[in-house]
Design a binder for this molecule. Structure first.
Ligand SMILES: [Cu+2]
Length: 155
């Protein structure tokens, strides 16, 4: 068939050209990328409307996490947790500083996103969606969307 042989002739170089182009594009956009991984949300307990979300954030430029929206909670605060004189203290932060290339871990016992006024109970096995707002030193803002699995305990 004519069309088949034509496809064979043109298809492969075209595909590889597209592949190379996509690599170039991702290499360019990587210059100011923010990566989110290991994200999860703790399932809420019966009768409680608070919970916490965890994740690892890696930005390749210095920036700040300044605000968070979600479909599961009306109010979300950035909290830190630390031991002070033998007592665990939780503190609200205005922003979370992110240093270029350094993974910032939000995990139980450390930084976390505190969810208040849950819109509905968070059941293990479901998902929650978050929109993270960042602002760098130059004042440029960036938004990243994240889907987190709801889990009964730390993975
Ligand atoms: Cu907290």
């Amino acid at each position: 068939m004519k069309t088949t042989s034509l496809l064979k002739k043109i298809g492969l170089p075209l595909l590889s050209a597209m592949f190379i182009a996509s690599i170039l594009i991702s290499a360019c956009s990587k210059q100011d990328s923010i990566e989110i991984k290991n994200q999860w949300v703790r399932a809420s307990n019966d009768g409680q409307d608070v919970s916490a979300a965890y994740m690892t954030i890696v930005s390749n430029e210095d920036t700040n996490l300044i605000a968070i929206d979600s479909d599961v909670a009306d109010v979300i605060e950035i909290h830190s947790m630390s031991m002070e004189n033998g007592v665990m203290k939780m503190r609200m932060l205005d922003t979370l500083d992110l240093i270029a290339g350094k993974p910032t871990e939000l995990s139980p016992g450390g930084f976390h996103l505190m969810l208040f006024d849950l819109k509905k109970p968070l059941n293990a096995g479901n998902e929650a969606h978050f929109t993270l707002h960042f602002r760098n030193k130059a004042g440029q803002e960036k938004t990243i969307s994240v889907t987190s699995a709801i889990k009964a305990e730390a993975p």
